[in-house]
Design a protein around this ligand. Structure first.
Ligand code: ADP
Ligand code: MG
Length: 335
């Protein structure tokens, strides 16, 4: 059969990943989750082994002019921790592979490792190896290994019709923080937004508590923008959803600064990436327990929508009942 010679821009990042999944197949019955979830899950008796990897490339994911090596180190680990959080798992060990330019100073690398160490200590994970190579641009790839109990882990595919849809924290702060970091006109930058971009806080504790107490039916971390990640969850669960725009949680500093960059105050919260919050679904019977968990962990949790039949699609409901159908959103590397 002739493969139509499309390029990556035409098929997009997720179109490519779908094809990779088909090309490679899967033979071992011990793989409970392979390509398609936040983390790969491998059966090991009552426990499950969790493995995830994420790459950061200079001038694609970060620029040295707006992130210092210490924060870069923390972030390289944090984005992986967030994927383990999204399963309700416990992170344990990591490997780090780096491509580094020749002229990079030793102090840059040492600060990067200081950041890694800080983040590793905070979440009790140990560095166990990696790989180092020469590269024109800096490349940092972390592979994080963790564990969980097979019967408590939360996948992207468990959302049921009638479930509530929740998100932790506030959305859009990181994307707005990035715009502010890049903006040379603004001298005094709002700390909260900048920090949200530089130091994402993986929701490990929240993820574990939701999983261990069987409070949620499905979960994903919001790394590509709310709409894109909701869509991933809906696709895997084969359902639709309604989101109420006015319930989307926006921080006060976000509301203050967003007009500088966007006419629609919701845009960055809906499609800006790198929030690293948790998006999950739960049966309406769990509402009380979820809000009491939110109080005890001191993490905001907002009910932003509900799961509906797949045939009803995915809609964003605004004031005055305007209802926008959504088929895409989120960040795609090739589009
Ligand atoms: P996340 O945003 O949670 O990091 P991605 O959207 O990057 O997840 O990836 C979606 C799924 O595709 C994951 O299961 C990931 O492991 C898998 N994946 C991504 N890139 C590749 C690749 N090049 N080869 C095989 N699997 C991949
Ligand atoms: Mg993820």
């Amino acid at each position: 059969m002739k493969i139509a010679n499309k390029n990556l821009q035409e098929i997009g990042e997720f179109g490519l990943i779908d094809r990779i999944k088909n090309w490679m197949g899967l033979s071992s019955p011990e793989v409970l989750r392979g390509i398609g979830d936040d983390v790969a899950v491998i059966h090991q008796g009552k426990k499950a082994l969790l493995v995830t990897t994420d790459i950061l490339i200079e001038d694609i994911h970060f620029e040295r002019s707006w992130i210092d090596p210490y924060h870069l180190g923390r972030k390289a680990l944090a984005v992986n921790l967030s994927d383990i959080a999204a399963m309700g798992g416990i992170p344990k060990y990591f490997l780090i592979s780096m491509g580094l330019p020749k002229n990079l100073s030793l102090s840059f690398v040492s600060l990067l490792y200081r950041g890694l160490k800080e983040e590793a200590k905070r979440f009790q994970v140990d560095l166990i190896g990696g790989d180092t190579s020469l590269s024109k641009k800096m490349i940092i790839n972390v592979c994080l290994i963790g564990e969980g109990k097979s019967n408590t882990l939360l996948y992207r595919n468990g959302a049921k019709i009638g479930d509530d849809l929740y998100v932790s924290g506030t959305l859009g702060d990181s994307a707005l923080g990035l715009k502010l970091l890049q903006d040379k006109r603004i001298k005094r930058k709002p700390k909260r937004l900048i920090e949200k971009h530089l130091i994402p806080r993986p929701r490990i504790e929240l993820g574990q508590t939701l999983a261990q107490n069987h409070l949620a039916s499905s979960m994903i971390d919001v790394s590509d923008g709310l709409l894109g990640d909701v869509l991933h969850l809906l696709e895997e669960s084969r359902v639709g959803a309604r989101i109420w725009k006015e319930y989307i949680p926006l921080s006060r500093s976000y509301q203050r600064w967003v007009q500088t960059y966007s006419e629609d105050p919701y845009e960055l919260a809906l499609v800006g990436g790198e929030d690293y919050e948790l998006l999950f679904t739960a049966s309406p019977q769990k509402r009380e327990r979820i809000f009491s968990l939110s109080r005890s962990l001191r993490i905001a949790i907002s009910r932003i929508g509900e799961i509906v039949k797949k045939t009803e699609g995915f809609r964003l409901i605004g004031k005055a009942d305007e209802s926008v159908p959504l088929n895409q959103g989120g960040f795609d590397h090739f589009k």
